[in-house]
Write a protein that binds this ligand. Structure first.
Ligand code: HEC
Ligand code: HEC
Ligand code: HEC
Ligand code: HEC
Ligand code: HEC
Ligand code: HEC
Ligand code: HEC
Length: 325
């Protein structure tokens, strides 16, 4: 009874937020111009180059210059990439336009739908409904120049634009804001395994990588614990390059993870027993702590997006057994 009221209130306030977003959006749309767009990551594709060239990045294995790669087919978007037929907003509102490049989100929708766990917002909202208002900057850019999407201010979409973290719920109260919403509200994070570099550079993710959705990783970023994922890329000569990044997978489930999905879980018991978690075959929630993870033989790991390992205190809290509520 109480819950359904709370839910209604949330939905209502979210609807108000949506109406507001549409209003703010009109103001933003009026400002929408090439000046901002030229600074957006959609135009510059700077995130790719930044991590590719970084010390310990993929270039250290491929030796190929960034400018010779085919990755740019997605990493620099012209106006037409989204405004398929005109500069009108309406012509950007088909998510298929976004999903052509955002292939890991496309894979997320396919896999979560097949598992009966499609994002609660899907079908009711489209990309632009959340990446709008101030968060329209996510798409069109703003005065700021960003090296990557993990720079502060590069992504303004946030659960808190529409929801509150209801303090009557124990899981909310007990963590004192130390966990990002997705840590519990996203059950699984999309990861991409075993793509051959040459194919990846040519055609992106689809049909090149094996996407996996039955696990998620907890990682520190921006002063909170949040979700993360991996991409593994196979190179000629047998080496595998692994990138680990904080990542929000668009699959908010109806029911949040319960306490035992993290605290004293089978994975944490294995860690307690001194065993390593094999990343490629792991299931459930795994902590990002290189000391307890096995990324496989002959791998080079790069952590991108400002992610850092869980520290000893956080690991201790994860190991404690807590009964589900
Ligand atoms: C031409 C391919 C392409 C299309 C079309 C595209 N994106 Fe992107 N998008 C990218 C790439 C590549 C990145 C990562 C850029 C980087 O970090 O270098 C990105 C980044 C983003 C980000 C995070 C980065 C930021 O600047 O905030 C959001 C949010 C996003 N896209 C939303 C959308 C939405 C919504 C649409 C459809 C209206 C869309 N994209 C269409 C390729 C595309
Ligand atoms: C990554 C996708 C993407 C790219 C690239 C992009 N836009 Fe947009 N654009 C959008 C979205 C999304 C909206 C707003 C949609 C809404 O309000 O629902 C929009 C809105 C606009 C509007 C306001 C239209 C209206 O009817 O109010 C203009 C003008 C515009 N864009 C111009 C441009 C120009 C010029 C470029 C290239 C320099 C460009 N856009 C590149 C996604 C994009
Ligand atoms: C219900 C709201 C909602 C919808 C619908 C939505 N997004 Fe998002 N998206 C978010 C939020 C919130 C974040 C930021 C999460 C965070 O970083 O904490 C985000 C982040 C992103 C990112 C960056 C992810 C990362 O962690 O690097 C991309 C890319 C993106 N969205 C693209 C899209 C595209 C493309 C669509 C449509 C297919 C879409 N979004 C639909 C809410 C939404
Ligand atoms: C632009 C507004 C918006 C954003 C951003 C947004 N949501 Fe929602 N959310 C909604 C709306 C509207 C609903 C109700 C959908 C429905 O069932 O009609 C909803 C439903 C939900 C529900 C289901 C509630 C219930 O009791 O059934 C959860 C859980 C949820 N959102 C969590 C999140 C999380 C976590 C994020 C960030 C990753 C997020 N939302 C981002 C608007 C938003
Ligand atoms: C430690 C785990 C955890 C974290 C972190 C978390 N939640 Fe929740 N959340 C829950 C649980 C458990 C429920 C109760 C119902 C359920 O199983 O979904 C819930 C319920 C909700 C609901 C639906 C019901 C209601 O009464 O509000 C929304 C919306 C929601 N959370 C939003 C958020 C937002 C926004 C954040 C981040 C600011 C957040 N949550 C962080 C675990 C969490
Ligand atoms: C099919 C389109 C596509 C192709 C091709 C592609 N990417 Fe991406 N890439 C994306 C999108 C979309 C994002 C951002 C959102 C996401 O990951 O969901 C992204 C994000 C990234 C990021 C993180 C950027 C940041 O700001 O943190 C790196 C690094 C990256 N890609 C490297 C590469 C490399 C290297 C290649 C070529 C070998 C490549 N990508 C080819 C679509 C593509
Ligand atoms: C998604 C994983 C996850 C879930 C689900 C989760 N926790 Fe936690 N919890 C953590 C992590 C990680 C920490 C360590 C946070 C920190 O101190 O930075 C933590 C910390 C705690 C702490 C110690 C708080 C402190 O300040 O020292 C308690 C108590 C706790 N959790 C109880 C719960 C209860 C009760 C539930 C179920 C209602 C729950 N947790 C669900 C991950 C989780």
């Amino acid at each position: 009874m109480k819950k359904s009221k709370a839910t209604k209130a949330i939905a209502m306030s979210a609807m108000v937020a949506l109406a507001l977003a549409a209003f703010v959006s009109a103001a933003y749309a009026a400002k929408a111009n090439t000046k901002f767009h030229t600074k957006s990551l959609h135009k510059t594709g700077a995130g790719l180059k930044h991590w590719y060239d970084a010390a310990g990045g993929l270039k250290s294995l491929t030796k190929a210059e960034y400018d010779t790669l085919g990755c740019k087919s997605c990493h620099t978007a012209t106006c037409k990439a989204c405004h398929v037929t005109s500069m009108k907003a309406a012509d950007t509102r088909d998510p298929k336009t976004c999903l052509g490049c955002h292939q890991s989100i496309a894979a997320t929708f396919d896999l979560s739908k097949a598992a009966g766990k499609l994002d609660v917002h899907e079908g009711k909202m489209i990309c632009n409904d959340c990446h709008i208002g101030e968060a329209f900057d996510d798409i069109h850019g703003n005065e700021g120049s960003f090296n990557t999407k993990s720079d502060a201010g590069a992504i303004k979409a946030s659960c808190l634009n529409c929801h509150k973290e209801d303090q009557e719920i124990k899981a909310h109260k007990v963590h004192k804001g130390k966990l990002a919403c997705q840590s519990c509200h996203v059950e699984a994070s999309i990861s991409m395994f075993d793509g051959k570099f040459a194919d990846f550079a040519k055609s992106g993710y689809k049909g090149v990588f094996t996407p996996k959705m039955d696990w998620t990783m907890l990682i520190n970023a921006d002063g909170k614990i949040t979700t993360g994922r991996v991409k593994t890329i196979k190179l000629d000569g047998g080496k595998t390059f692994v990138s680990v990044e904080p990542y929000y997978t668009h699959n908010v489930t109806k029911k949040a993870l319960n306490c035992s999905a993290c605290h004293g879980s089978a994975n944490m018991v294995a860690v307690k027993d001194g065993k390593k978690i094999a990343v490629a075959s792991a299931k459930g929630v795994i902590p990002f702590d290189p000391a307890v993870l096995d990324f496989g033989a002959d791998t080079v790991v790069q952590v991108i997006g400002g992610g850092t390992a869980l520290d000893a205190k956080q690991m201790t809290k994860m190991k404690m057994t807590i009964k589900d509520q």
